[in-house]
Design a protein around this ligand. Structure first.
Ligand code: SAH
Length: 243
């Protein structure tokens, strides 16, 4: 169990999510290290129900796409008011819209966001949102991968979780963060634990040798081999960065 520092007067990293389904939160963010860190005041999570800004008796938030086509689109006017409200609550946080068209979420983006005051996230639904609100509110679009989800809620949770575990005091040993996949531009080496022999499969001898230098070299080779096999694109990016 990591030890959380007593509240040191630092403002919590603030996650604010605009959604039509606030009941989806905290979801997996309500367990384990993220939950303990939230209880300790390292970060906070609030939701804004977009429907509260809906129009008329039925609090309408969406309408049919201009130009025709299937589905519904979230209205610019409704989202505009909801986003203004969010900005009043969390004026310093970047405004991000989870979207399959966005900049891919990477470990280095998560680190940049974790270093800031927090994030305000707009989770879309249906066919997405009116394009004008993206321009008017300078929303930065972030994608969690090349596939289409039914809504931005799960994507928002993915982004928040990736950031929260990087906040100081959340993950016990900071070593366990720096050697991880992507942090050094490679995938992580294989991990083993007890028992030493499991159904005839043994742990590589070098890991039991106690020779830290050798272990380090072995892990590095494994990481390079795995990365070359599975994600050669990462090695190319790395080579470019280190040139
Ligand atoms: N018609 C849109 C997809 C809408 S999916 C398109 O083709 O681009 C509905 C909502 O789910 C989106 O508004 C977005 O908030 C969320 N979403 C879907 N896929 C996502 C992804 N890969 N990353 C982040 N958010 C996603």
């Amino acid at each position: 169990m990591p030890h959380f520092p007593a509240s040191d007067g630092r403002k919590p990293w603030r996650a604010l999510v605009l959604t039509l389904f606030p009941e989806a939160f905290p979801g997996p963010l309500g367990v384990s290290l993220a939950a303990q860190a939230r209880d300790a005041g390292i970060w906070s999570l609030d939701t804004i129900q977009i429907r509260d800004f809906g129009l008329g008796k039925h609090r309408q938030v969406d309408d049919t796409p201009a130009g025709g086509g299937a589905g519904m689109v979230l209205r610019a006017d409704v989202l505009g008011t909801a986003l203004d409200h969010a900005q009043n609550l969390s004026p310093d946080a970047p405004l991000l819209y989870l979207s399959p068209r966005g900049t891919p979420l990477t470990q280095s983006l998560a680190r940049d966001l974790a270093d800031g005051p927090g994030v305000t996230l707009l989770a879309g639904r249906f066919e997405g949102i009116d394009e004008r609100v993206i321009a008017a509110k300078s929303l930065k679009e972030i994608s969690i991968g090349d596939y289409v989800l039914a809504g931005g809620e799960v994507a928002a949770m993915v982004l928040i979780e990736a950031c929260v575990r990087l906040l100081p005091g959340v993950v016990g040993a900071s070593d366990s963060l720096t050697s991880e996949s992507f942090e050094i531009g490679m995938l992580e080496y294989p991990q083993f634990t007890k028992p030493r022999d499991w159904e005839g499969r043994t742990i590589p001898d070098v890991l039991l040798s106690g020779d830290h230098k050798k272990i380090e070299i072995w892990r590095r080779e494994q990481a390079e081999r795995l990365t070359a096999d599975r994600r050669p694109d990462l090695l190319h990016t790395r080579a470019r960065k280190h040139r």
